[in-house]
Design a protein around this ligand. Sequence first.
Ligand SMILES: *[C@@H]1O[C@H](CO)[C@@H](O)[C@H](O)[C@H]1NC(C)=O
Ligand SMILES: *[C@@H]1O[C@H](CO)[C@@H](O)[C@H](O)[C@H]1NC(C)=O
Ligand SMILES: *[C@@H]1O[C@H](CO)[C@@H](O)[C@H](O)[C@H]1NC(C)=O
Ligand SMILES: *[C@@H]1O[C@H](CO)[C@@H](O)[C@H](O)[C@H]1NC(C)=O
Ligand SMILES: *[C@@H]1O[C@H](CO)[C@@H](O)[C@H](O)[C@H]1NC(C)=O
Ligand SMILES: *[C@@H]1O[C@H](CO)[C@@H](O)[C@H](O)[C@H]1NC(C)=O
Length: 215
Amino acid sequence: MQDKSHLNPLTQPSKHRKSDEQLPTIQPFNPQSHRQKRSSKCLVYVLLLVVLLSIAFLVLGLVVLRIKTPTLRLSLVAIRDLQYDAASLNTTVVAEIRLHNMNFGRFEFRSGNATLLYDKATIGAATIYDGRIESREKKGMNVTVKVTASNYELSKNYMNISRDINQGLVKLRSCAKLRGEVRAMKIINRQRTAVMNCTMALNLTSKLLQDLSCL
Ligand SMILES: *[C@@H]1O[C@H](CO)[C@@H](O)[C@H](O)[C@H]1NC(C)=O
Ligand SMILES: *[C@@H]1O[C@H](CO)[C@@H](O)[C@H](O)[C@H]1NC(C)=O
Ligand SMILES: *[C@@H]1O[C@H](CO)[C@@H](O)[C@H](O)[C@H]1NC(C)=O
Ligand SMILES: *[C@@H]1O[C@H](CO)[C@@H](O)[C@H](O)[C@H]1NC(C)=O
Ligand SMILES: *[C@@H]1O[C@H](CO)[C@@H](O)[C@H](O)[C@H]1NC(C)=O
Ligand SMILES: *[C@@H]1O[C@H](CO)[C@@H](O)[C@H](O)[C@H]1NC(C)=O
């Protein structure tokens, strides 16, 4: 006992005092195991905190900091002033383009062009002005595209619109690119390009765009 209390001065004397003097009836009281219990409880709390912090960082990493590319879609398309003959077609397309930023951070984009193509030839273009879209928001932008397609121009690229006009259905493609940066939490700054690539068909009988489909 003397040796032990000497070797372990912190725990042994208290054991003596408590079990012998203060609490004589309660036999198996052991402050050392009590202390062990407390320290193991403490360890459980620390581990729990570590696990909770890990989950919090995982959620932050997976949800908040994972930068997704904003999407660009064509939502409404109207046709105005449609005129056509056997070899040419003129019209004005009014389109609403919807930009959707699903990130937890705003997207700042530079100006770009929305183009309308017949096969590989650009038959109309409009400018989308630069701007920004806040975190997890959608933004609609109206663009007006003047379209002139004639065999005179198209034949330079070995294309011919006469067959489509004759069938009453002109197949078109609309493309746009908006380059910019997604800025999240003031520390993240990623280059992203929202891309629009849609196909549609202009029905000359109904004067409406149909079969709109975006990639
Ligand atoms: C389309 O516009 C061009 C140039 O503005 C014109 O030369 C052509 O005749 C027009 N075509 C039709 C079918 O109106
Ligand atoms: C948009 O088109 C204009 C004229 O056609 C061109 O000068 C400009 O470089 C284009 N912008 C982009 C971002 O492609
Ligand atoms: C675009 O135009 C349509 C029809 O004119 C209108 O209802 C819509 O609010 C416009 N959108 C924007 C963003 O200006
Ligand atoms: C386009 O095709 C039509 C019939 O398919 C033909 O009559 C016309 O000459 C062609 N035009 C050009 C510029 O190739
Ligand atoms: C649009 O999609 C088509 C088909 O997947 C592809 O061939 C074309 O290159 C795309 N255009 C742009 C501008 O991404
Ligand atoms: C074009 O529109 C008319 C009238 O809505 C419809 O009857 C016809 O089937 C359409 N053409 C095509 C190729 O879908």
